[in-house]
Design a binder for this molecule. Structure first.
Ligand SMILES: Cc1cc2nc3c(=O)[nH]c(=O)nc-3n(C[C@H](O)[C@H](O)[C@H](O)COP(=O)(O)OP(=O)(O)OC[C@H]3O[C@@H](n4cnc5c(N)ncnc54)[C@H](O)[C@@H]3O)c2cc1C
Length: 415
């Protein structure tokens, strides 16, 4: 009987397990995760998990699949099981407990790890990546009143929003000149910065964190622009791919584990998917690595089919969302600096879509509270569509109609 091993306890590995069974694989499936818990969703960890009483009983509401599902699908989940080494020639994995496991094919879905940076201090300076971190953060948020968040990326902004809504005093420290600048650009970043400020968050931009020092009254964050005092510091400052297993096995890496469009690595029978994978994308014709829940899930399914000999590439648009206060940010696609930016809707009313165009094609959309626009673009992003900037900007036009292939070729006037 064949044995397929899935390394990781996130959506990529779990989607792979489900797809293997859906596609009729009747061999052994072992899912190994270093986490102590069954595979769970991470997105709620910076949002509802921190303050919603429905999560006070633990993680079960976040499980990607129930314990029964694994039993019914013959998937053996080994929690608290870190893989320490991969030997592609022998097709064997070494585990942290000293044992080893042979495989016929293995999927590396090991996600990302926090970048080393600020020194963590027990219960005072904590980071947020895992359920373990989130549980500690939730416990500390119950008593801490002055929260300092380091890093104005998505996780930092989400934690700041949640803590602020809990009535905490929040200081958000960011090195760039606006929040979310790297992900959304300076224009949209400024809008989001204003949102946080209007919610009472003190946003310190252009500020470099030097160190954190524990004291009797809490903790002091030393920055190049002076000290910030608080009870609790949450570090949300960047991640890097957890690609060490591949790297030490001599498998090609570079901004993650390098794969082709079928999630195959440079070693036979070794596949990679999710946040850790830097995969060739047939539409963009280059390698791309993203850190999005939806992409991890979909790529896990593609990897599973490839493990069974399938040849369906991962060729989806990359989509993600972020919830902050009552606002939802969504984005799909990728743009180049030379693409033209068209704003649809009202920045002031916090209901707009930023749409990037290359000639008459949409390359990317980032929207605040306009999910329908994003879904419309998601559907047509990789189709041979054609739109006019003024039609996109006109709120009288339903983007879904505008981007419908039959309509888009009908132009009122020649260009
Ligand atoms: C707090 C937070 C909020 C987020 N919010 C959003 C959001 O709103 N929207 C969105 O699109 N995305 C969000 N994300 C990102 C999203 O969660 C990830 O893109 C997704 O989880 C990636 O899935 P994955 O399967 O690739 O890896 P992960 O879910 O990161 O799982 C990796 C797994 O590999 C295991 N592992 C690592 N090394 C080993 C080893 N050597 N041996 C065994 N196991 C190992 C880990 O323990 C872990 O279980 C968020 C992430 C976090 C942390």
């Amino acid at each position: 009987m064949k044995r397929f091993v899935l390394v990781g306890g996130g959506p990529a590995a779990v989607a792979a397990a489900g797809t293997l069974r859906e596609e009729g694989f009747d061999g052994e499936i072992a899912l190994l995760t270093a986490d102590q818990e069954l595979p769970y969703e991470r997105p709620p960890l910076s949002k509802a998990f921190l303050d919603d009483p429905r999560h006070s009983d633990g993680l079960s509401a976040l499980y990607l699949r129930s314990p029964q599902w694994y039993a019914e699908h013959g998937v053996t989940v080994r929690t608290g099981t870190a893989v320490t080494r991969l030997d592609p020639a022998a097709r064997r994995l070494a585990l942290a407990d000293g044992s080893s496991l042979a495989y016929d094919a293995v999927l590396l879905a090991t996600g990302v790890r926090a970048k080393p940076g600020v020194r963590l201090i027990d219960d005072k300076v904590i980071r947020l990546r895992s359920a373990h971190d989130a549980t500690r953060l939730r416990d500390r948020l119950a008593t801490a009143t002055r929260i300092i968040v380091l890093g104005g990326g998505f996780i930092g902004c989400e934690v700041a929003a949640t803590a602020s809504r809990m009535g905490k005093t929040v200081v958000l420290v960011e090195r760039a000149s606006s929040l979310l600048e790297r992900a959304l650009g300076a224009d949209l970043g400024r809008v989001l910065t204003d949102v946080h400020r209007s919610e009472g968050v003190q946003v310190k931009l252009g500020t470099i964190v030097l160190d954190c020092v524990s004291g009797a009254d809490g903790v002091t964050v030393r920055t190049d622009r002076g000290d910030v005092e608080g009870d609790l510091v949450v570090v949300g400052a960047g991640c890097e791919p957890e690609d060490r297993l591949a790297d030490t096995a001599g498998i090609a890496t570079g901004n993650g584990i390098v794969t082709d469009e079928l999630c195959r690595t440079s070693a036979e029978a070794v596949y990679a998917a999710g946040d850790v994978a830097n995969s060739y994308h047939p539409f963009y014709r280059k390698h791309i690595r993203v850190e999005h829940h939806d992409s991890a899930h979909r790529q896990g399914a593609v990897a599973a089919r490839a493990m069974l000999g399938g040849a369906e590439p991962y060729a989806e648009p990359h989509w993600f969302w972020s919830d902050q206060y009552e606002h939802t940010i969504q984005q799909v696609g990728r743009s180049e600096p030379t693409d033209r930016l068209v704003i649809r809707g009202s920045l002031e009313d916090l209901s707009f879509s930023a749409v990037w165009l290359r000639e008459d094609r949409i390359t990317r959309i980032a929207a605040l509270n306009r999910p329908r626009d994003v879904m419309a673009v998601r559907k047509i992003l990789f189709t041979n569509h054609s739109v006019r900037a003024e039609d996109v900007a006109d709120m009288g036009n339903d983007l879904r109609r505008l981007t419908r292939p039959a309509r888009i070729v009908q132009r009122k006037e020649p260009r």
